[in-house]
Design a protein around this ligand. Sequence first.
Ligand code: ATP
Ligand code: MG
Length: 484
Amino acid sequence: MTGTNDRPDTQLRAVKGMNDVLPADAALWERFEEAVASVSRAYGYRRIRTPIVEHVSLFSRGIGEVTDIVEKEMYAWEDKADKDGRREHLALRPESTASVVRASIEHNLLYDGPQRLWYLGPMFRRERPQRGRTRQFHQFGVEALGFAGPDVDAEVVLLAKRLFDDLGIGDLRLEINSIGQPAERARHRVALIDYLEANEQLLDDDAKRRLHGNPLRILDTKNPHMQALVEAAPRIEDFLDSESLAHFEGVKARLDDAGVAYRVNPRLVRGLDYYNLTVFEWITDSLGAQGTVCGGGRYDPLVEILGGKAAPACGFAIGMERILELLRATEAATTPSCDVYVVHRGDAASRLAMRVAEGLRTVGLDVVLHCATAAGIGSFKSQMKRADGSGAAFAVILGDEEVAANQATVRTLGRDLAGSGTQRRVALDALTVTLVDALVGAGEDDDPFDGATTEATDEATTEATTEATTEAAKDAAEPPLTLH
Ligand code: ATP
Ligand code: MG
């Protein structure tokens, strides 16, 4: 390209519904990632990472042929032929439960006893992008494999609750239901289809399409014109046997014991075929129509469906972006921050600066080294502006004089720090200890230099070397710079 007008005709853009996560959001994402790791650990769940690409058959068997996900939403393709002319039918994963179960079977994880697992990663569904709904999104989920009782159902609900509490998200309500066992559901299904057929003139197109494939999902409709119809539909609970009812009572009793409020919603069903008994959702009213932030429940049939030895299972998936949107509402914008910003001028100082930065990182400090742009390295003044904007507590300034004297100039930054804008010379071999001590005590006291002789300056120095060298040498011999 030659000039600024020499642009390609079409600007390259991200794929529709697949969003970039920009650095401004990095802190928010990290907060979520740290919270899920710590809450999972608190309940004894261990992380599992499965591939993003799987065989289509995993999802058609594991999620169900007649679900929206498999029917309409999956990114699937015939891969290039291998040397024998065979083509694999592959898909980007639309969810992770099937993958986690596949991996558990493939690697015999259940041989060692029941497993508590969690995952976090991108999922892909070709849906109409809108608020709270994208084509690449992220889910945090847990899967408890090999546990049969209501205790683990309650456990995963409480794990989700603890995560929301840790993140400071209070505005969520819990809905639960039992959808019974396949045989009970089959009896309910017959009654439901009879009822819906008798009222066929009231069904919308979506419902008509689902009537014989997945009628349970019709109960989940968001169409306001069908609410009265589904309200009066046969209820699954009237088809549950005593064992299923006892399981449901067991879950509710444990939630009561934990003081968790919930509402039994008899119309709550899950979109995937493999659920049984407990189903639940955590819902918010602050995100408009896309208010479900977590969906989960029991899926005892799945392990066997996917070819394993039958084992009960229970879990949930949380839509990360929806949670982050709730968090964003509570969070002030975070500014970037590091401990130290290193500025420098001159060849020798530039090389020294990199060594100093490496040394400080080795002891665990977060250090940003000023590096040249296309416009060059910049004056000390412009470098100090960068240092101020970096959020660092200290600037380390290196110029010819510092190099000659084997010293660095340390300057306090940051509006919050008492004594900001004061600086002093420090011997290079005392620099690390000086900065670590100062950072450990940051903000605890008024005097960042702990009584040491200092020279206060109101503006960034244009040259680091404006300090009196005799004064600096004297400072260097004094105890390390501290803030306490
Ligand atoms: P919905 O009814 O919103 O389509 P779902 O039943 O398809 O949800 P699940 O498969 O249970 O959703 O996934 C669990 C969670 O993942 C959802 O509650 C939601 O928070 C999130 N999620 C699902 N699909 C998307 C998407 N396309 N974009 C963003 N988040 C999503
Ligand atoms: Mg969906």
